[in-house]
Design a binder for this molecule. Structure first.
Ligand code: DLZ
Length: 180
């Protein structure tokens, strides 16, 4: 696992998650956040926003990254969760919730598609391209039980995949910083 000693100091990470299948999603988000904190990412450098469903994840990721870029070069006011999909990019800088900071170093997109149709999955995978490392936290499962298992809530003893996504975000965020 990446730790604060690996250069994660000051790393900013956003988690954008769908609101469908909340029992599974909330556990995955908690797992991702746990790994971020364990790796040295500070609480105030973790931003969590939601979108209605997994289909909206690409747009949510693009919007939150664009907003953080605008925010970094403007007066420093933040944006609110409800504005994420509806406001113009400049509007996103006007409502307060985030202090002035640099753009996100990595974004984790989390969703659970139960009986996810193949095209739905492929569309989302293809569209998660925002110019910043995006961690693909989309579970495509046949049953709710399979989703619960992958969130560490099943009887099979599978670990919480959200923890892997948090670690991957830190690793890619640090590597991106070192490579650029
Ligand atoms: C419509 C829909 C369905 C049937 N299933 C899921 C799901 O399992 N997981 C999920 O995150 N979202 C689902 N959605 C909602 C779509 O992703 C999307 O939010 C709506 O179609 C509105 O665009």
């Amino acid at each position: 696992m990446f730790s604060s000693g690996t250069g994660s100091s000051g790393l900013r990470v956003a988690i954008v998650h769908a609101r469908w299948n909340d029992a599974i999603i909330s556990q995955l988000v908690a797992g991702a956040k746990k790994s971020l904190l364990a790796a040295g990412v500070t609480e105030d450098n973790i931003t969590i926003q939601t979108v209605p469903g997994s289909y909206e994840l690409p747009l949510g990721v693009q919007r939150i990254y664009a907003a953080s870029q605008v925010q970094a070069s403007s007066s420093g006011e933040g944006f609110s969760a409800t504005d994420l999909l509806s406001a113009s990019t400049s509007d996103l800088t006007k409502s307060a919730s985030l202090p002035a900071k640099k753009p996100f170093d990595a974004i984790i997109a989390i969703g659970v598609l139960i009986k996810g149709a193949t095209m739905h999955f492929e569309y989302i995978a293809d569209a998660l391209d925002s110019g910043v490392p995006v961690i693909f936290g989309l579970l495509t499962v046949l049953t709710e039980e399979q989703g619960l298992e992958r969130a560490g809530l099943g009887k099979g003893g599978m670990h919480n995949h959200g923890e892997d996504w948090g670690s991957a975000a830190v690793e890619l965020g640090v590597k991106r910083r070192n490579w650029s």
